[in-house]
Design a protein around this ligand. Structure first.
Ligand SMILES: [Zn+2]
Length: 438
């Protein structure tokens, strides 16, 4: 088995947190519901069998060392790197060569998380990745570094916080948690100031060696007094634990055309897409409820040769950008580009197949269920066609037929939905009020 060492960046001046620390305690030692934030981080990693820790300490670092010493009180082994001068987020990692390991987990000191570490490391290894940041859609994409990926989750570039956002972009924020291979240390050959993301990871991205691990688990920056208080409350409410992917998740699967965006025939370019009324509010409510919100959509436009998969991605980035402007986000989007009937003039024969993903088949729902450990019986399929309702029935979810879009007029299947709703916002009200939300 690979040796895994967790590295926590526990230095930093904590200027934004002075109101709470009074500059007397280092910010990772701030008390979060009965113990220091740092203890939560260590315990949430040691649960997965991680025993070796390296804490990078700076300002007021002696207080951290005096408290944790060699880690015995928490049943782990803790070593320290003293950052005597600021080396940025990357420079101090030079000293990790003194702590040999096969894999390192790097955690920013401000970030609180409850993540199924085994699932993440399995992904990292299956991709043969050098660095695998945990990434997630969130309610503040404009205030996040965004990762751009290809369809295999390989990171192709970044959109930094400061970059101009004048194009459609995916809501996929870098969360401040990273798994990386020991070979990455060869990229940090001297202990000089450097930036982990902009200097080290960017170079490896150019070599095609970095993959994004998309997760819906609890990962939050607690670096301001306000965010710290919110995280405290979310811990008490049990949200940290519930979102861990080792636990079953509830999901609202959403059809796209006529449900999320206005029905406008086949959509082959972003300009044709307009969100349905009330959709942002509806999805925001789902984001706050504990249900995942995942779009599953048939897009035969690709098979028909009206556009390619890159265009479909761009259309989805438009949806994500529009929702993100209002603080709402989709946890994932999956689509079927296929179509079974041959014989259209412009068609793309590669996609003219009988697949297992085209609704009402449940290939897409199965993929998402595996990826996010979804409890289908506790989940919903919401859409504007009988195909959507049949899909939900086939998958074993509850179903809601909308009067928006086609309003069930496709008539392809003789089905009876569990509920009917005027639009997505109405459907979300039924889900959250009518059935309770535990
Ligand atoms: Zn398909």
């Amino acid at each position: 088995m690979s040796k895994i060492t967790a590295v926590i960046q526990a230095g930093g001046l904590g200027t934004r947190m002075r109101e709470l620390t009074q500059d007397l305690i280092p910010k990772p030692m701030l008390e979060m519901n009965g113990k220091p934030l740092l203890s939560w981080q260590i315990e949430n990693l040691s649960r997965y069998g991680i025993e070796d820790f390296v804490l990078i300490v700076g300002h007021l670092g002696d207080k951290i060392k005096d408290y944790y010493r060699d880690g015995e009180s928490l049943g782990v082994k803790i070593a320290y790197i003293d950052e005597n001068e600021p080396l940025g987020s990357g420079g101090s990692l030079f000293y990790l060569r003194n702590f040999p390991s096969d894999i390192y987990l790097l955690i920013y000191g401000d970030v609180m998380f409850d993540v199924d570490i085994s699932r993440w490391i399995n992904f990292h290894e299956s991709k043969n990745s050098m660095v695998t940041p945990a990434c997630h859609p969130n309610s503040h994409p404009y205030d996040s570094d965004i990762v751009l990926t290809d369809s295999d989750s390989k990171i192709t570039g970044f959109l930094w916080k400061k970059d101009k956002r004048d194009k459609w972009f995916p809501n996929m924020g870098n969360s401040g948690l990273f798994v990386f291979d020991k070979a990455v240390l060869d990229e940090i050959s001297t202990p000089v100031k450097c930036d982990w993301e902009k200097d080290v990871i960017s170079k490896l991205v150019n070599q095609g060696k970095v993959y994004s691990y998309k997760t819906t688990e609890y990962i939050k920056d607690t670096g301001t007094p306000e965010r710290f208080e919110i995280a405290k409350k979310e811990q008490l409410d049990g949200i940290w634990e519930k979102r861990n992917l080792s636990k079953k998740q509830k999901c609202v699967f959403l059809d796209r055309d006529g449900t999320v965006n206005k029905y406008n025939g086949l959509i082959s370019e972003p300009e044709q897409l307009v969100l349905e009324d009330g959709v942002t509010e509806a999805i925001k409510k789902l984001n706050e409820s504990g249900y995942l919100a995942i779009v599953v959509t048939n897009q035969p436009v690709v098979a028909r040769g009206m556009c390619n998969e890159e265009d479909v991605r761009l259309i989805h980035w438009k949806i994500e950008t529009l929702l993100g402007q209002e603080g709402a986000y989709l946890d994932d989007i999956i689509y079927c580009p296929h179509h079974p009937d041959k014989g259209y003039p412009e068609e793309n024969p590669l996609y003219k197949i009988v697949c297992s993903c085209r609704k009402p088949k449940i290939g897409m729902i199965n993929t998402m269920t595996e990826k996010y450990n979804i409890d289908l019986a506790a989940s919903y399929m919401v859409g504007d066609t009988t195909v959507d309702i049949q899909t939900g029935i086939n998958a074993g979810t509850k179903t809601i037929l909308l009067q928006s879009g086609e309003g069930g007029s496709d008539g392809k299947y003789d089905v009876k939905p569990d509920y009917e709703a005027r639009n997505l916002l109405d459907a979300v009200r039924i889900i959250l009020e009518g059935n309770g939300n535990d």
